[in-house]
Design a protein around this ligand. Structure first.
Ligand code: FES
Length: 67
């Protein structure tokens, strides 16, 4: 995945910006990401993708915790 690729077309928010909101600004929900980046505040089509990214990062963190 190219991080400069747009994830939210309505608000022109990139994958990188969403990942930064989660990794750096500690967003833990779609609502958190929306507040920080505006992603998902238009047609809401991208909310599923944002949710999947958050879930994937949380699973990776859990695996790392028990490794
Ligand atoms: S694509 Fe993100 S709100 Fe429409």
């Amino acid at each position: 995945m190219n991080q400069s690729e747009v994830l939210c077309r309505c608000l022109n928010v990139t994958h990188h910006e969403v990942h930064q909101a989660i990794d750096v600004l500690a967003a833990q929900s779609v609502q958190d990401v929306a507040k920080l980046t505006d992603a998902g505040t238009g047609c809401m089509c991208c909310r599923r993708c944002i949710k999947d990214i958050i879930r994937q990062k949380q699973m990776q963190a859990s695996v790392a915790e028990y490794a």
